[in-house]
Write a protein of this length. Structure first.
Length: 603
């Protein structure tokens, strides 16, 4: 059978949240399975016949599954996404209807769709007499029943029991209870009118003295097979396995056990020797004729069956499938499936007349009265009525624009019924002149501007001169108090510290007021941001690195040391700091008040 198109219902869901409720699965990927347990991936393909990897499809933005081809003959598949529950998908109805139509046609065309004719022809003679096969089967069944009833130990229970139990053994309370229970069940089984349910079943299967149907013959064959299997099975009722778990073969039987065994043996012997222990023979003798010749009732039943089979095969719609399908489905070959269909009937709502050519009678439920002329439009006259009216003329463009001649004019919305053109312009009053009198505007260092620097002050009115110099790239610092160091380790000044920016070049100049005892050197150096370089020195000495030092011999008096240099900073900003030390330990080096350095950024 060909692959069917899936799914009939294309809306996709997945499970999430408390209670496992369903919600939309737009744009997610889901897996198609062949079983409800979702253990077997379905062999699905796209509509061109190409296999879909991983049996997966992607839900579109509107939360609909794409159409695809399912496995051969499959009518139901299951989809699951994001680890949720499985949801059944049915094949499209058209595909299932086609399959049903094909199956129905094959069924009606088959010469013996149900197998009734072949079976009947092989079982019955037109005259109602039993065939050789029937007679042989009846004789075989009677022989087996007689052999079973006459057998001394048909199930082998006796021989098995004799080999399992020691008559001298003592029974436990569980054994005694089991024996009593077994005895009770055997008694109830022997006394039951229909212990195996055969009579009730046979009564519903056979017609007294009647001819057998196909179902009856199949049941008879199945019963004979089951009887043969039952007789040949070593432990047909499971007695042996049960007893093996209940009794100890080496145990000694109590008086109760011995009595129970004797009773059971007697009942088994009576059951085996009875002519008709279950009453089956007497019942069957009253139900069937063993002579092989059909009675009038059997002949009539056979004739009736043949008539019904012929009528069924000849009927145009024996199961009513066609009539039902004809009212519920449209065949794919129907013209209604391939061409457009014009609507018909009376129009309603805002339309009047009949389809396929209705006319517009209303707009949103409001009728428009009158007949329009050129240029008219529907115009509402109230909430429930409208007419055709000529719209009012639009405003015209203005031919003039007011010019502004002075500052301080009040705004106005205007009252003209005209509109301004898109390229119109407004004049402006003449710009006032700069100055310090009325009708002029302040400019430059006009004292009327709060906070403006005055040229006459020569920058003496700058609020923070140090910050201003830094902003101009001309930072500098000076010492207000003396600083001292009595060690030979360079000590950073706390006053001569100048901030510098990254990636810049500065010219450095300074004068240090220094003092050390006579014969003791004053040693000076620098610290700067990481990555910076510096060439510096005094009027007679050049030091090539920031880590180097310069020195001056002391006289005991304060003297000036002139320093110069060029600082180049790298990627890091920071501070350029003066450092100093004594040339000899335990002698004080003084960096005196008035010392100063200044920087000018040149790049």
């Amino acid at each position: 059978m060909a692959r069917r198109i899936f799914p009939q219902d294309r809306m996709a869901y997945r499970v999430a949240g408390p209670g496992s409720y369903l919600y939309s699965a737009a744009t997610t990927t889901v897996v198609i399975y062949a079983d409800e347990a979702c253990t077997v991936l379905a062999d699905i393909r796209d509509l061109e016949g190409s296999p879909l990897a991983g049996s997966s499809v992607t839900v579109d933005a509107t939360s609909q599954l794409p159409r695809f081809l399912g496995p051969d003959a499959a009518s139901t598949l299951w989809v699951r996404g994001s680890g949720g529950v499985a949801v059944a998908l049915g094949a499209e109805v058209e595909a299932r209807v086609e399959d049903a139509e094909a199956a129905l046609a094959a069924h009606l065309a088959a010469p013996d769709a149900h197998g009734d004719r072949a079976w009947t022809q092989g079982q019955f003679d037109a005259a109602g007499a039993a065939s050789a096969a029937q007679t042989a089967a009846a004789a075989d069944a009677a022989s087996k029943v007689s052999a079973h009833a006459a057998a001394n130990d048909p199930h082998g229970d006796r021989a098995w029991t004799a080999g399992q139990f020691d008559p001298a053994g003592a029974a436990s309370s569980a054994q005694s209870a089991a024996a009593a229970d077994a005895s009770s069940k055997v008694t109830a089984h022997a006394a039951a009118a229909d212990p195996h349910g055969d009579r009730a079943w046979a009564t519903g299967q056979f017609d007294a003295k009647g001819a057998a149907t196909a179902a009856q013959t199949a049941a008879s064959t199945d019963a004979a097979s089951k009887v043969a299997a039952h007789v040949s099975t070593p432990d047909a009722h499971g007695d042996r396995a049960w007893a093996s778990g209940q009794f100890d073969p080496t145990g000694a039987a109590s008086a109760a056990q011995t009595a129970a065994a004797t009773d059971a043996t007697g009942k088994v012997a009576a059951h085996a020797s009875a002519a008709d222990p279950h009453g089956d023979r007497a019942w069957a003798a009253g139900q069937f004729d063993t002579k092989g010749a059909a009675t009038a009732a059997q002949t009539a039943a056979a004739t009736d069956a043949a008539s019904k089979v012929s009528a069924h095969a000849a009927a145009a719609d024996p199961h009513g499938d066609r009539a039902d399908a004809a009212t519920k489905y449209v065949p794919l070959a129907d013209s209604r499936m391939t061409d457009s269909r014009a609507p018909s009937g009376a129009a309603s709502g805002d339309l009047s007349g009949t389809y396929p050519g209705p006319t517009v009678a209303k707009i949103n439920g409001v009728a428009v009265s009158g007949t329009p002329t050129s240029g008219q439009v529907p115009t509402a006259t109230s909430g429930t009525a409208a007419t055709w009216q000529t719209p009012a003329a639009p405003p015209s463009a203005s031919g003039t624009v007011a010019s502004e001649t002075a500052f301080g004019q009040s705004a106005s919305a205007g009252a003209a019924a005209t509109f301004a053109r898109g390229d119109h312009t407004h004049g402006t009053p003449a710009a006032p002149a700069a100055g310090t009198t009325g009708s002029t505007f302040a400019a430059g260092n006009d004292s009327r501007i709060t906070g403006a620097l005055q040229a006459a002050s020569n920058l003496s009115d700058v609020a923070n001169k140090v910050t201003s110099l830094q902003n101009l790239g001309l930072p500098g610092k000076s010492c207000a108090t003396n600083e001292t160091n009595s060690t030979v380790t360079q000590q950073a000044s706390t006053q001569l510290v100048v901030p510098v920016v990254a990636n810049a070049v500065y010219v450095v100049a300074g004068k240090l007021a220094i003092q050390t005892p006579s014969g003791v050197n004053f040693v000076h150096g620098w610290t700067a941001p990481t990555g910076a370089t510096m060439v510096w020195g005094d009027s007679s000495t050049v030091v090539g690195t920031i880590g180097g030092t310069d020195s001056w011999s002391g006289t005991g008096a304060t003297k000036w040391a002139n320093i110069f240099g060029t600082l180049t900073t790298g990627a890091n900003a920071g501070n350029l700091t003066v450092t100093f030390a004594s040339g000899t330990a335990a002698n004080t080096a003084t960096l005196a008040a008035g010392s100063h350095i200044a920087l000018a950024r040149i790049a």
